[in-house]
Design a protein around this ligand. Sequence first.
Ligand code: HEM
Ligand SMILES: *[C@@H]1O[C@H](CO)[C@@H](O)[C@H](O)[C@H]1NC(C)=O
Ligand SMILES: *[C@@H]1O[C@H](CO)[C@@H](O)[C@H](O)[C@H]1NC(C)=O
Length: 249
Amino acid sequence: MSSELRQRHKPSSSKPSPKTSTSTPSNNARGISILDILRVLATLIIATLGLSYYMTGSESVLFGYRPWFTRLPVVLRYIQGPLLLTPTELSLYNGTDPTLPIYLSVNGTIFDVSANPLVYGAGGHYNFFTGRDATRAFVTGCFKEDLTPDMRGVEEMFIPIDDPEEEKMLSSGERKKRREQDLRIARQRIQTQVAHWEGFFRGHKKYFEVGKVVGLEEVIAKEEKRELCTAAKQQRGRREGGGSVKGKE
Ligand code: HEM
Ligand SMILES: *[C@@H]1O[C@H](CO)[C@@H](O)[C@H](O)[C@H]1NC(C)=O
Ligand SMILES: *[C@@H]1O[C@H](CO)[C@@H](O)[C@H](O)[C@H]1NC(C)=O
């Protein structure tokens, strides 16, 4: 095995080395000049760019790689600084006015989603997310009832339904402690969901961050506290294995 390798290796490395010694000047007819290397490199680069252009359907010579500074709207926004809009101002950017970009907001951060008018433009599947901060709907999935930044009461969605029989056996202290733990976990899950969608828009190739909504707190304070929407209530799981375990399921 090793002798075979050595045999194969030996002739190939020993044969050409005396002839193509690159340390000799390039006026040697058989040597490889710098120019030759450049020619080969240039050919390779052009071939690669061409291949990318062909494979991406004449869209990109870099296989779809677009650093942020090659995107004009992103550069303009960077130069102008973050855009600050009130909820009323933001409502204009809902895809109805074709001269305006389409914006949506997650947890107070505004993203430009104009690149996807089929989904976000007038008549699009997710047009209801635009022109507003609908963070609550991003978590509950209730796209009719929950188009608001008001997150009060969403915790319930992630708090398991108690078995009344089992709960009777707990002391009030134990119940309180469990309630606090439930709330902590629920808030964590909401954070994770919101962060997921914020990250989705921030990391998306075609969308970009434009700024912040100002005055969301005032809007929330004016709203009535709402019930958790029905669809989200139905998603709630049952408590399993907390405290004293019951036989059922
Ligand atoms: C909490 C629940 C949900 C949220 C927050 C949500 C949110 C979204 C968002 C923001 C997009 C657009 C992605 C983009 O910009 O490219 C999207 C796309 C999509 N979602 Fe959902 N979605 C949810 C549940 C569902 C469900 C249950 C279905 C299936 C019935 C669904 C079907 C789709 C489809 C087909 C698309 C592709 C774009 C389109 O055709 O409109 N989504 N979703
Ligand atoms: C978009 O906003 C404008 C102005 O606030 C409003 O007249 C229009 O009905 C809204 N369009 C949709 C689809 O909500
Ligand atoms: C939402 O924004 C507030 C600050 O505006 C921040 O404290 C909070 O952690 C954010 N929530 C998530 C889920 O990122």
